[in-house]
Design a binder for this molecule. Sequence first.
Ligand code: EPU
Length: 327
Amino acid sequence: MYQCIKNTFGIEAKANRWLEYHSEEELQRMVSVLQDERVLHVGGGSNLLFTQDFDGTVLHSGIRCVMPVASDADYVWIRVGAAIIWDDFVAYTVANGWSGAENLSLIPGEVGASAVQNIGAYGVEAKDLIDKVECVSLKDGTRRVFRNEECDYGYRSSIFKHALKGQYAVTYVTYRLMKRFVPHLEYGNLRNQLSSVAKLTPADVRRKIIEVRRSKLPDPKVIGNAGSFFMNPIVSYEKFESLRAQYPQMPFYEMPEGVKIPAGWMIEQCGWKGRSLGRAGVYEKQALILVNRGGATGKEVVRLCETIQQDVANKFGIEIHPEVNFI
Ligand code: EPU
């Protein structure tokens, strides 16, 4: 094993080899040669936790192109290669005056992963903007195009994370942006924070989101992390009412399928914010984020994860689950 696998947690992990392709045809040729070999397809490594080396081949897309492919009075459709850095794509849409992606500014990772994870922030999710996802099968190299409705999108989930996990590589995602600016300012304090701006543009929203994220979230170049480590659990109304009676100050968001409780708040209530277990820790400013305090192994992060899960279950009777993929 000799090839190091890049990951924003800064955890050392190796694979037998690393291959990058630059077209669908090149990927198809690789798939036909790899046959039964173990394959792990990665993006920017911003949502991975390596608990061991990977005994197989790591594939990475090098398809980097951004092209408007259609347009009407209201919308523009952009076909984006999976290897484009997500935030470069957001910057491009905002520079063109198109709206929709600005709330998703500064999310780490690449465009391919945006469609797999259904990335989301500040009241917007990738699924709200995705038109279709082009893929190549890692089993037999066949091409398949998934329309948005076929991707089974939900909160931080998609068909590519569940029913078809590990079976397809995303090669292109077609995003549909709006020509007219429709701001989404309902989340948290955004509306207030932008109230002094006279004629709001997507660029103003992007600037504010970048400022908020920089103030709350750790930069992986400085301190290893994978963004939110856990997903926010969605509980039944019954469970929510009983918790609220006990914790009247508990933040919550009503969703069609129940009530979302911020896991970061629960982890903080358990006393974990800013604490460490070995070389893994909980970020001081956002308890949903686990960090590598320097030289942590994946197993140390897993131990911290499991201890926190247990504490949250004991105190609130709620199971929280990682959004990060364990390898
Ligand atoms: N909270 C605490 N303590 C904490 C963290 C949060 O009390 O340590 C409370 C906050 O005060 C607030 C509530 O929990 O009342 C929600 O916090 P926040 O707005 O920071 O958002 P979040 O639910 O913790 C989610 C996403 C983030 C995204 C933000 C903003 C998930 C798993 N995470 O976090 O996404 O940036 O909302 O939309 O849904 C990511 O996926 O990597 C990510 C950073």
